[in-house]
Unconditional design. Structure first.
Length: 278
């Protein structure tokens, strides 16, 4: 594994469970709490603060399914990712937006294998709770990942881009660290969903107020469609392997080779894009 300096761009080999120092500018990635590789502990945002606060209240139900409306919603997403990865050979894997690591643990269990995981998140409080038998936690901003190009056989991000207003940096960055012939899998809330459109009317983006389903200070939501992702990597060589349309809270999804139009996607709350890097 090679790390890349997020200041000067220099890259060199990394030994797990050791600090890393850039030989070009002396930027240091240190260890904190005996398990977190610290690559960006200075970024701040309301979304980060919200996730930090959730982690500090790990006795609440919302802790285990953080980032998802409920544990049922989280299970639907895990099942869909497992379907997408069932025939993928084991290899170096990166979970971007891993949170407390519960999603990765359940996904590994579902696939009945222990993937060699790295998990990136900007919330240090969430990363403190990660099971390091499953994930090597890395504190970093997803728009400036501390890994060299072409490092991972499988890169995935579940329900992260829906909380980012401008995804023009994060999508190419996830693509960058994916190996040639590796897979990139990204899910989000579906902008065509009739259910989601109704929920957004009940619970609009306004962090200063508590709404029907959303608590005060909860991160803003931006509904997406698969072309929003595909357009951001249009200048690179890739193939769209397909899209899972996920009909949560039902434990059900359908697979299409191309973005669909018409009635079917209007009932899918989420989608999962599978992209192969050429």
């Amino acid at each position: 594994m090679k790390l890349r300096c997020n200041k000067c761009g220099f890259s060199s080999d990394y030994q797990i469970n050791n600090p890393w120092i850039c030989k070009e500018c002396n930027q240091k990635y240190s260890y904190k709490f005996d398990k977190i590789l610290m690559c960006d502990d200075i970024s701040t945002s309301n979304t980060k603060s919200w996730h930090d606060n959730i982690a500090k209240n790990s006795n609440k139900k919302s802790f285990k399914s953080v980032g998802y409306r409920s544990s049922i919603h989280q299970s639907c997403m895990i099942n869909s990712f497992a379907k997408a990865f069932i025939n993928v050979q084991e290899g170096d894997t990166l979970d971007v937006g891993c949170g407390n690591g519960i999603f990765a643990e359940k996904l590994s269990s579902k696939l009945n294998r222990k993937l060699p995981y790295y998990g990136v998140d900007f919330s240090i409080e969430q990363l403190k709770l990660v099971n390091t038998d499953i994930i090597l936690p890395v504190n970093s901003n997803a728009e400036n990942l501390p890994f060299d190009d072409n490092q991972f056989d499988l890169v995935y991000s579940s329900e992260v881009i829906q909380n980012i207003e401008d995804i023009s940096k994060i999508i190419p960055e996830l693509f960058r660290v994916t190996k040639q012939n590796g897979l990139l899998a990204i899910s989000s809330l579906n902008e065509s969903s009739l259910i989601r459109q109704s929920i957004m009317k009940l619970d609009p983006n306004n962090q200063s107020k508590k709404y029907f389903l959303r608590s005060k200070n909860e991160p803003d939501i931006y509904l997406r469609n698969p072309n929003n992702i595909i357009d951001k990597i249009g200048k690179f060589r890739f193939s769209l392997e397909g899209i899972y349309w996920i009909y949560s809270p039902l434990n059900y999804s359908t697979f299409e080779k191309q973005p669909i139009s018409g009635v079917k996607k209007r009932f899918a709350q989420n989608f999962l894009c599978i992209i192969k890097k050429k």
